[in-house]
Write a protein that binds this ligand. Structure first.
Ligand code: ADP
Ligand code: ADP
Length: 237
């Protein structure tokens, strides 16, 4: 089943005639199947983050269309629950416990009136996620009591609170030291296997991409175009 589809996507920044325009991406045709782990690599500024933000519905394409699980990403309400996002820097709020940080997306939607009711269900889910990402016993801790790696585990749990089928990750371990990064990459592979998510993972590190993925998509320097797609057939840990 096709989970992420880019159909002839182009993204130009600064379409206002007064600004200088930048074509970040062009001619992007990409299909990602259910349960696939796909990495996107390419030089700095080639449009990797743009590609991810388009799938997240944070940006709109200048041309072409993007679908997640068969639905156009323009319908953002649907989108919020269909994809989980993880960025490079942890987003945990200092004054909230780990459990409350994981539930934050739910609370925001609840306060907007976009969902109603049963927070208990999500509280239970948060506890399951705490175990899933290896933070058992830390549900009542505060972010500043955790290491950078543990904070990124919180961010991953937060991204999974709605049980989305797709995880979009933008250099999620880029600010961690090498050992912690290796540890979290192994954790991510375990989480991916246990949850059968579809993962789109951005990195500038080709070795990391090969280590993690089923397939590596290589973008050219700006404007980013897909110049290669490499199937990885290595046995992973
Ligand atoms: P990468 O993630 O590969 O480093 P980005 O997707 O962040 O690349 O950026 C692609 C190109 O688009 C870069 O040249 C960047 O400067 C430009 N760009 C990104 N965001 C904006 C923006 N909001 N306005 C104008 N140009 C932008
Ligand atoms: P680099 O010098 O680019 O870090 P490495 O081959 O040491 O090259 O590793 C690249 C990335 O691949 C690492 O940063 C890590 O994220 C991942 N990786 C490689 N080997 C392992 C491993 N044994 N366990 C976990 N992650 C690994």
């Amino acid at each position: 089943k096709r989970m992420i589809t880019y159909d002839d996507v182009q993204k130009v920044y600064g379409t206002d005639p007064a600004e200088e325009s930048v074509t970040a991406l062009q001619d992007i045709d990409l299909n990602i199947e259910h349960g696939e782990f796909v990495s996107v690599v390419g030089p700095s500024g080639c449009g990797k983050s743009t590609l991810l933000h388009l799938a997240a519905g944070i940006l709109e394409p200048t041309d072409g269309s993007i679908k997640i699980n068969g639905t156009s990403v323009q319908s953002t309400q649907h989108q919020r629950k269909e994809v989980g996002l993880v960025f490079q820097h942890p987003v945990a709020l200092e004054w909230r416990t780990v459990r409350k940080n994981i539930m934050l997306p739910v609370q925001i939607l609840k306060e907007n009136g976009a969902i109603d009711g049963d927070m208990d269900e999500y509280r239970e889910r948060a506890d399951e996620l705490i175990s899933l990402v290896g933070l058992k016993g830390f549900g009542d801790s505060y972010p500043n009591e955790l290491s950078g790696g543990m904070q990124q585990r919180v961010t991953i749990s937060q991204a999974l609170i709605y049980n989305p089928s797709v995880l979009l990750m933008d250099e999620p371990f880029g600010s961690l030291d090498a050992m912690t990064k290796d540890e979290l990459n192994l954790e991510l592979l375990r989480i991916w296997r246990e949850t059968e998510k579809t993962i789109l993972f951005i990195t500038h590190d080709l070795d990391e991409a090969v280590f993690l993925s089923d397939r590596v998509v290589v973008l050219s320097p700006r404007p980013g175009e897909v110049v290669d797609e490499i199937e990885i057939d290595l046995e992973r840990p």
